[in-house]
Structures are given as C-alpha cells and as structure tokens.
Design a protein around this ligand. Structure first.
Ligand SMILES: [Zn+2]
Length: 84
C-alpha cells in the first residue's frame, strides 16, 4: 500500500527519482542538501550558535541562494526530521 507523498523511490522535495540512497533525494536535491549542510557548518562556526530554523530563514533571504537550495531550505524547515 502506498501513501500519498511517501513513495520511497521518489525525492521528497520534487518527486523525481532518487539517485542518492544516503540522502533519499534526487540528483539536484542531493547536491542542494550538501550545499545547505556545508553552509550551515560554516555559519554555525562563524556565529557560534545558530539554530537550524534561524539558519534556514536567513538562507531564504539571501539573493544568492539558488532555486534548489531554496526548495531544500523550505523542505527542511517544514520537515526538520530530514536534517541528518
Ligand atoms: Zn528532488
């Protein structure tokens, strides 16, 4: 039985086929996830302390944040459990 939006073969962000089993995202969003994660590490080091929520909000306000990274930031703020 399948639940809407919970298909294990599909990227949770865009519904494309998953290519990276470790992140469970499609190619585009695996890359976006890594970039967002790297940015968080850098910002966390720079600010001393930064909640993931504050980080995602700030990321979304930056003009240089790409479309994929934006989608990822929105996804992670809705679903923080996916942040590993
Ligand atoms: Zn995707």
């Amino acid at each position: 039985m399948r639940t809407e939006g919970e298909d294990l073969d599909q990227c949770a962000v865009c519904g494309m086929k998953i290519v990276d089993a470790t992140t469970s995202f499609c190619g585009n969003h695996s890359e976006a996830y890594r970039k967002v994660n790297d940015a968080y590490s850098l910002w966390y080091a720079a600010y001393g302390s930064l909640t993931t929520d504050a980080f995602l909000k700030r990321l979304l306000t930056l003009p240089e944040t790409g479309d994929r990274a934006r989608e990822m930031a929105r996804f992670l703020s809705r679903d923080p459990e996916r942040w590993k």
